[in-house]
Design a protein around this ligand. Structure first.
Ligand SMILES: Cc1cc2c(cc1C)N(C[C@H](O)[C@H](O)[C@H](O)COP(=O)(O)OP(=O)(O)OC[C@H]1O[C@@H](n3cnc4c(N)ncnc43)[C@H](O)[C@@H]1O)c1[nH]c(=O)[nH]c(=O)c1N2
Ligand SMILES: CCCCC(=O)C(=O)O
Ligand SMILES: [Mn+2]
Length: 492
């Protein structure tokens, strides 16, 4: 199942990997303490009301939606302007105090957890939609703008912002994690959809990654600084403005669901649909266990089997033809039970339930919280990797529904785990690491969309090699020589 190299690594896995989860946050702290004088200086920049050392506020900002252990910041600062962000950054840099940008805390790899205390910089008050250029299909937003709010604002323009992680996240937080979701197979991820970013560097300087005011679809002008900050997880600077691409709301949308007796048949259908060049908007996989959770939580009555959820976007003319071609491919692969949802209410109900799958999976074990995984492989390896993952889950005797953005070769297991149950927690941790190793063994990545955060730093080294990670560390040193930006994330 694994290559020899991975087998050797697995032999050591329970002794070497588990401690990472316990508490191995990398190099010993070089961070200075947050003193009363320091807090007074913060207050003189952003005003008393925008600085909090209250336990409840620190607690709220010390974790995201993941299973990772909470990490309390010493103080939470609410910025109201770019100048606030710049002056707070400079103060932290001069005093070598950690600075952790906070979007909306929906991350899944412990990105906002303050591993060495310091300042959590909450940018949600900066929530202006600066401009929408409808004819150019772009808009520019401040970091407090959330993706659902943006789409509500855009409703009358006939445009929409397609990147849709299950949670309602901040657009700039989505830049920081390089997020995607169910629409990526058609519209791409954040990497393909960000045109420009304004970033405050740790020393307080403000840069525009593509040049001030630039918002072209193409550029050959020098290095791609924009994409350096996409996926940087708050380790290089604070994003204070993002210009992102928009798309026309399709004239017609058809959603559909169908079922298969095997993972192979479901994935074969997906590959053939893509080979036919059908521009699918969504191609999602749910395994039988996931469908059980889906039915129970969202009150559906779907056949419990390996399933595909699909969506077609396009002009009314021709969309039915696309649907009919896909229907033929489903039949050819022994798919069954094809049902469509054309009315908006019906479609919204289906996709809302898909986005809530993580909570549906938790409903399988009362009192549990989600432990999510996220791997991505070239699509030809997908059936093999999913089937082997199911075997690992069965062997460990844990509950692990599989849900995937299968059109991208990306899938998750949402393990519902009672965190007090250490034995199950360890098993789940072990499976998720094995899954990542297996994916990497098949030319894949340990994370398609949730990022490295604090949870996958050891895996990043395996994925890129020491030399690759060292090159990243050098980039980090260039932008953040004092190492104040979100320490302990991405790198061991
Ligand atoms: C139920 C559910 C479902 C999903 C997901 C979460 C949950 C809870 N996610 C994950 C999550 O929504 C995604 O990672 C978001 O991009 C996180 O955005 P936040 O604003 O919440 O960032 P959050 O505040 O959690 O921060 C995440 C990281 O980005 C940094 N950061 C945030 N704002 C920044 C800024 N302005 N400047 C610099 N750094 C900043 C932080 O420091 C941290 O390292 C997801 N994801 C996905 O890709 N596909 C999916 O399908 C889903 N689905
Ligand atoms: C644990 C939440 C993972 C969410 C996700 O990425 C999805 O639903 O696709
Ligand atoms: Mn996902």
């Amino acid at each position: 199942m694994f290559s020899r190299q991975v087998k050797q690594f697995l032999k050591r896995s329970s002794s070497t990997l588990w401690p990472y989860l316990q508490r191995n946050y990398g190099a010993p702290s070089r961070q200075a303490k947050v003193t009363n004088d320091f807090v007074s200086s913060l207050k003189s920049i952003v005003g008393d009301k925008n600085v909090s050392t209250a336990d409840a506020v620190r607690e709220q900002h010390g974790h995201d939606e993941s299973h990772h252990e909470i990490g309390l910041p010493d103080v939470v600062v609410f910025a109201e302007s770019v100048q606030h962000v710049s002056e707070v950054s400079k103060l932290c840099n001069d005093n070598v105090v950690s600075l952790i940008p906070f979007g909306s805390g929906t991350g899944l790899e412990g990105g906002v957890n303050a591993l060495e205390g310091g300042v959590c910089l909450d940018v949600t008050k900066m929530d202006e939609i600066i401009e929408v250029n409808a004819e150019d299909f772009d808009c520019t937003v401040r970091p407090g703008v959330m993706r659902i709010g943006l789409n509500n604002y855009l409703r009358d323009t006939g445009l929409f912002f397609p990147i849709d992680p299950g949670a309602d996240a901040s657009v700039c937080g989505m830049c920081a994690t390089s997020a995607s979701g169910t629409n990526a197979v058609r519209y791409g991820t954040m990497r393909e959809n960000v045109l420009n970013l304004e970033v405050v560097l740790p020393d307080g300087r403000v840069i525009d990654t593509a040049g001030k005011g630039r918002r072209t679809k193409k550029t050959s002008a020098g290095y791609n600084l924009t994409n350096l900050f996409v996926g940087s997880e708050g380790t290089l600077g604070t994003i204070t403005k993002a210009t992102v691409r928009l798309y026309g709301v399709p004239e017609k949308t058809i959603s559909a669901v169908c079922h298969f007796n095997s993972v192979q048949e479901a994935v074969d259908t997906v590959v053939q649909v893509l080979q036919c060049g059908i521009p699918m908007a969504k191609l999602e996989f749910l395994d039988d266990v996931a469908i059980e959770a889906f039915n129970k939580f969202s009150k559906f009555d779907m056949t419990v089997a390996q399933s595909l959820f699909l969506e077609f976007h396009g002009p009314a003319l021709g969309l039915e033809d696309q649907f009919n071609t896909v229907k033929e491919l489903i039949d050819m692969n022994n798919g069954f039970g094809l049902k469509t949802a054309i009315e908006a209410d019906e479609r919204n109900k289906l996709w809302k339930a898909r986005h809530e799958m993580v909570w549906a999976c938790c409903s399988l074990i009362p009192g549990s919280k989600p432990y999510s995984t996220d791997v991505c492989v070239p699509i030809s390896h997908l059936p093999d990797v999913i089937v082997k993952t199911k075997e690992m889950i069965k062997e460990a005797n844990v509950i692990g529904p599989i849900v995937g953005h299968v059109g991208d070769g990306n899938f998750h297991v949402f393990f519902p785990v009672d965190h007090a149950d250490t034995e199950t927690f360890k098993k789940v941790y072990d499976i998720s690491h094995r899954m990542a190793l297996l994916a990497m063994d098949r030319n894949g990545t340990c994370t398609g969309e949730h990022g490295i955060g604090m949870g996958k730093r050891d895996l990043l080294i395996r994925e890129l090699g020491e030399e690759g990670v060292e090159a990243m560390r050098q980039v980090k040193k260039t932008f953040d020589p004092n190492g104040i930006m979100n320490p302990g994330k991405v790198f061991c």
